[in-house]
Ligand binder design. Structure first.
Ligand SMILES: [Zn+2]
Length: 500
């Protein structure tokens, strides 16, 4: 158990466990710059698979990829009042463009060249609405140019004080979609298409992570948006993770950047914008949804290695026999598009290899030993539990079937866990108790009066926030009549949780 012991059990300290899983699975590491992270190949492999699936879904809904600059003139951020308020506290600025050698030694060997000060500082993009809509203003003239549907894959910087690998880092990777529409209905349809048809679909079908959808309250919405929709997932410590957001920006940015179009009738109108994004935070969500005390559990669709073949031998003759069969099985699986590794290292015992591949989250392991071969079988072990012989004949079918079953079982288990930790129709007393539980409060459904004061007081007293006002599919059968906190008439059911 040498490997597994390096991971703190979830029940002991969830936060330590999370860090240990990342280190053992070699997903990421801390960088020399505080708050930034290095994404290691195994972690980046997951991101690449996420990107590929999301990119396909985004393109299938009519969007094209483009790229906009990292630097944004500082004055651009000032143009939309709410937006500047929302991001001012966390932007990185470029004020100079040169260093000079001083002739001294050590850390004094270079200094900022004061003559290189920029006339207008540049903001390192915290998000790209401002620079993209400045360009949209040039490109959109008539109703024939609409809708304009774009996406970019990029990095952004938000100067965070409290950071955590994948979940909250100063620099992170994401996609940000930006669209312009002729009317409100077009923008609204777009914001919902992305939320339901891209983000929810991706979370549930690829990540095997069930989500609830809904709209954010005024105090939780994106700075500068008319409405923000979100997908929210419940992690194993019963905290919520906002996993993706889709904003109907209304005409706020169009007015700030004068993005206008000529209507068919010859009039001049402002466009309606949307923006939407998901980030490398999703990897944190994947870890906290499925992984266990032995390390990462990766859903097969997003596992960089889906199958590992571990041959077992004692003699050279056995080695050549089992590795020959292993290579053949590997080739056969690769033909089916399965991502597979053959572990022929002779510096490690099979047991140590198992622990290592388990920590990496590989869904299926095939053990091939001389005795198995003699009886025409191999041993198939699932990362999520269960191990037994399968016939050598048709082993590829057994593997692909197991991968499909694991994918489905992970989703079902996560959904069951979420439902078990959702409380409907909470009263104030119940709610306070829930949010004090050491095991975490989960999702609490209750009536909400719509008051920001009430929201703020709840946050201060319990640390919980409204994750969403849920869509009809997720609402309780009994419509709440009163705000669970203040007792005033309820305007909507809300889902509260402590959140990342
Ligand atoms: Zn209230």
């Amino acid at each position: 158990m040498a490997q597994a012991q390096k991971i703190t059990p979830r029940a002991k300290d969830f936060s330590e466990w999370y860090g240990d899983v990342i280190m053992q699975a070699q997903l990421a590491d801390y960088s020399p710059v505080r708050g930034c992270m290095v994404i290691r190949p195994h972690g980046y492999g997951i991101w690449e698979l996420m990107q590929r699936a999301l990119d396909d879904l985004i393109k299938a809904t009519g969007h094209k990829n483009a790229y906009f600059p990292l630097f944004i003139p500082m004055s651009f951020l000032a143009k939309e009042a709410e937006h500047v308020e929302g991001f001012a506290k966390e932007v990185a600025l470029v004020t100079h463009t040169r260093l000079r050698a001083t002739g001294k030694t050590g850390k004094d060997a270079i200094a900022i060249d004061p003559t290189s000060e920029l006339e207008e500082p540049l903001v390192v993009r915290p998000t790209s609405e401002t620079i993209i809509y400045a360009m949209f203003a040039k490109w959109i003239q008539s109703y024939r140019d609409l809708p304009l549907l774009m996406n970019q894959w990029a990095n952004v910087v938000r100067w965070e004080l409290r950071t955590r690998l994948f979940l909250r880092t100063t620099e992170f990777l994401w996609q940000e979609g930006h669209t312009a529409h002729a009317d409100e209905a077009g923008a609204e349809r777009e914001a919902r298409t992305i939320l339901d048809g891209v983000y929810r679909k991706f979370a549930e079908e690829w990540m095997a992570m069930p989500v609830i959808t809904g709209v954010k309250t005024e105090s939780e919405k994106f700075a500068g948006a008319l409405r923000t929709y979100a997908i929210e997932a419940l992690m194993q410590d019963n905290k919520a993770l906002q996993a993706g957001t889709s904003h109907n920006l209304g005409q706020n940015f169009a007015k700030a950047f004068t993005v206008q179009y000529q209507t068919a009738a010859g009039g001049l109108e402002y466009v309606w914008n949307t923006s939407w994004g998901v980030t490398t935070r999703l990897i944190g969500g994947l870890i906290m949804t499925h992984s266990d005390d032995n390390g990462l559990v990766a859903p097969p669709k997003l596992a960089p290695v889906q199958v590992v073949i571990v041959p077992i031998w004692k003699t050279d003759e056995e080695r050549s026999q089992v590795s020959g069969v292993g290579s053949q099985v590997k080739a056969d699986l690769e033909k089916l598009g399965v991502r597979v590794e053959l572990d022929l290292r002779d510096t490690m015992k099979p047991g140590a290899k198992y622990f290592e591949w388990e920590a990496l989250g590989v869904p299926v392991r095939l053990e091939i030993g001389p005795r198995d071969l003699a009886s025409g079988q191999v041993v198939l072990a699932r990362r999520t539990g269960g191990k037994g012989p399968v016939p050598m004949q048709g082993v590829t079918t057994s593997v692909t079937k197991a991968l499909d079953e694991i994918q489905a079982a992970l989703f079902a288990a996560a959904k069951e866990r979420r439902e078990k930790n959702s409380t409907r129709g909470v009263t104030k007393t119940q709610f306070i108790e829930l949010m004090q539980l050491a095991s975490g409060g989960g999702f609490a459904y209750g009536g909400f009066c719509g008051s920001a004061t009430c929201e703020a007081e709840i946050k201060e007293k319990t640390g919980a926030t409204i994750r969403v006002l849920p869509d009809p599919e997720f609402r309780s059968k009994d419509v709440p009549r009163n705000c669970m906190w203040c007792g005033a008439p309820s305007i909507a059911e809300a889902v509260w949780a402590q959140a990342y």
